[in-house]
Design a binder for this molecule. Structure first.
Ligand code: BG6
Ligand code: MG
Length: 232
């Protein structure tokens, strides 16, 4: 069995926080007279706080002073953190602990690769902090997803070659980043959004332990691109 590096995005992959980001941005945007749809929101997933606000303002054709821009970013984060504060272990997405524990039992190195600056707080809230051998978050990356930096840093910290890494992502930008890093990209969510991923599953309940074994046994590679989700 080869040692692989398994890299997990956080928001929308490990915990159900993508909905909180959406709610907080919606409220913030409304305050400056901008509205956006759930489809547009897909473009905010995986993207840094700053880039997200830039996009929202662009959609609404708004420009703000630097001071006001920074104030709104803080405001959004304060609102977002009110949701995070009340988070419990129950908000870990289905079968995530099962997958993490299985990989740990196989002595596979695990990393977090997230754009969020709140990653530590969230992992601590849901008691998952100690599962990861390395954490790369929004505080440790210069260029955000779709740039591969976050995942390449994670691979380096794990001491695993990028070609031997597997990324779980719910964001289009994250799948692009994983592909740019030449890692196996596994989309968690909607096939129509994540169509550039090597494999797509609705959630972790669709991922069998055999599939993970096959990855470790090199039976599943980036080249054998199929959509297992659709084969069912
Ligand atoms: C990503 C989310 O994980 O983190 C984005 O998908 C979010 O929606 C980004 O903007 C930054 O998060 P935070 O917590 O630092 O504002
Ligand atoms: Mg995400």
């Amino acid at each position: 069995m080869t040692k692989k590096g398994f890299i997990f995005d956080l928001d929308g992959v490990i915990v159900d926080t993508a909905k909180y980001h959406f709610l907080a941005w919606k409220k913030l945007a409304k305050g400056v007279g901008v509205d956006f749809t759930e489809i547009q929101n897909e473009q905010l997933k995986g993207v840094s706080r700053q880039k997200s606000l830039e996009k929202i303002l662009e959609w609404g054709n708004k420009t703000l002073s630097e001071e006001e821009f920074n104030r709104l970013m803080s405001l959004k984060n304060e609102d977002y953190l009110t949701y995070v504060e009340n988070m419990k272990e129950e908000e870990i997405l289905p079968d995530v602990p099962k997958v993490l524990n299985f990989l740990i039992s196989k002595e596979q190195p695990l990393a977090l690769g997230s754009a969020s600056k709140n990653a530590h707080t969230i992992l601590d809230k849901v008691n998952l902090l100690e599962k990861f051998d390395a954490i790369v978050d929004g505080n440790g990356v210069k260029i955000g997803k779709p740039n591969p930096e976050v995942f390449l840093n994670a691979a380096k910290l794990l001491g695993v070659n990028p070609n031997d890494c597997i990324v779980f992502e719910d964001a289009k930008a994250g799948i692009e980043a994983a592909n740019a890093a030449h890692m196996i990209s596994i989309g968690i969510g909607d096939q129509s959004v994540l169509n550039e991923a090597d494999y797509v599953f609705k959630d972790f309940t669709e991922i069998s332990l055999d599939f993970l074994e096959d990855i470790m046994a090199n039976k599943i590679t980036k080249q054998t691109k199929t959509n297992l989700s659709n084969d069912k």
